[in-house]
Design a protein around this ligand. Structure first.
Ligand code: SF4
Length: 418
């Protein structure tokens, strides 16, 4: 046996072959599952018979469903379509407008990619292209989204395997192991590709996902499953062990200290850079805390660095917590008692002031940190790019995350009590 060179990376174990899919079994699975889907599928606003689906709507629904449950996605889907009824309308929209309609769904990079892909699809293809390969060249399209749109909207024989479909296929073919591991994933995808029928590929993909969402969940209801006689996991008594329970590491805590800077009943917001976590959204000026960082000093430093302001930071006014996908976000807002420009500077000296966003700069009057009622300081020259003053009751149409919205509401409530 050949030994490994010292220091060489261990070779990945070979991927076991894709389980066989005999034609008779594939035909029986398709017949049973599609009949069940025709009779039992949920009536959802984006659903349409094979051949009648609108590509844009199918795509929008798939992207939203990747990050939220069906019931939660429906109102977002409707509101988004009211604002952007067609692909062309979306392509012509501004990022701020799109992100404000996306706000609350999380994964804001998906909202930005949606806009970028719409623009590219209209410019290069005059609409969404029909093949998975061309779709995958658009921003934000992975194999799942490309397969779903191609099969549902264009009738292309392409698999679309989300978490629900992966669980169903793993059980039907008794594929042991974690679907997130490459070897297991490859086997599931191999089976999926062999099963997609030529006639109703989109309905088939949706039927698999529907079965996973409504019958073959983590605790499967095998007694009412249309494909139970064909399920290998059920036959082996392994339906509850496939896939194995996921290990969920404790989410990391992200603590952000924010500045609550009021002027004439309005709060100062700054815009985050376009990329990265919550990119392009508005928020209170602030800073991520590390370890035992003293929060007030951190806020003072952040205002000086990012906005060119010397601030007197007071007590904690409000705090909110929100669970993101892999993190717990804690926002703590501190009172800003007074501000003045950093001596000797007519403009912000910091490196991380966001780039100007057309149409969103603060215009006129004093700059972003003009005097709040009762402040001791003089007006600060402005404007600073990417800042705006906003009243807590005028947040409609502003691209802010749910956590920041709640923080602004909590600050408004605390102010009303004073
Ligand atoms: S028989 Fe049970 S485990 Fe198998 S596909 Fe149906 S619900 Fe899932």
């Amino acid at each position: 046996m050949r030994s490994r060179r010292p220091g060489a990376a261990p070779r990945a174990p070979p991927i076991p072959p894709v389980p066989p899919v005999p034609p008779a079994r594939a035909a029986a699975l398709r017949r049973r599952l599609l009949a069940w889907y025709d009779a039992s599928r949920r009536d959802l606003p984006w659903r349409a018979p094979q051949g009648a689906a609108d590509p844009y709507r199918a795509w929008l629904a798939e992207v939203m469903l990747q990050q939220t449950r069906v019931e939660a996605a429906i109102p977002y889907y409707r509101r988004f379509l009211e604002a952007f009824p067609t692909l062309e309308a979306l392509a012509a929209a501004g990022e701020e407008e799109v992100l404000s309609r996306w706000a609350g769904l999380g994964y804001y990079a998906r909202g930005r990619n949606l806009l970028a892909a719409a623009r590219e699809a209209v410019a290069r293809h005059g609409g969404l292209p029909a093949t998975p390969e061309a779709l995958r060249a658009l921003p934000g399209f992975g194999p799942y989204t490309a397969g779903a749109v191609a099969s549902i909207a264009f009738g292309v024989r392409a698999p679309a395997v989300d978490g629900n479909a992966a669980r169903v296929l793993a059980r039907l073919f008794r594929i042991e192991g974690r679907p997130e591991e490459r070897a297991v994933r490859e086997r599931i995808l191999g089976v999926a590709a062999r099963l997609v029928p030529a006639g109703r590929p989109g309905d088939w993909n949706q039927a698999l996902m529907e079965l996973g969402a409504t019958v073959c969940g983590r605790a499967p209801a095998c007694g009412r499953c249309p494909v139970e006689p064909l399920c290998e996991a059920r036959r082996a008594g392994r339906e509850r062990g496939i896939p194995p329970p996921r290990r969920h590491p404790a989410p990391a805590l992200l603590r952000v200290a924010c500045a609550a800077l009021w002027r004439d009943g309005r709060l100062l917001l700054v815009r985050r850079a376009s990329r990265g976590l919550l990119g392009g959204l508005w928020e209170l000026p602030g800073v991520t805390l590390h370890g035992a960082d003293p929060a007030r000093a951190a806020v003072r430093r952040a205002l000086r660095r990012d906005l060119g302001l010397e601030a007197s930071v007071g007590r904690e006014l409000a705090a909110v917590e929100r669970q993101l996908t892999h993190r717990r976000l804690q926002l703590i807002a501190y009172e800003i008692r007074s501000v003045r420009p950093v001596p000797g500077t007519g403009k912000p000296p910091g490196k991380s002031v966001p780039k100007p966003v057309p149409g969103t700069e603060h215009r006129g009057r004093a700059g972003p940190a003009g005097p709040a009622p009762g402040m001791r300081s003089r007006p600060v020259p402005g404007p600073v790019p990417g800042t705006r003053w906003i009243s807590p009751d005028a947040l409609e149409g502003v691209a802010i995350s749910t956590a920041v919205r709640r923080l602004v509401e909590a600050l408004a409530a605390a102010r009303a009590k004073e």
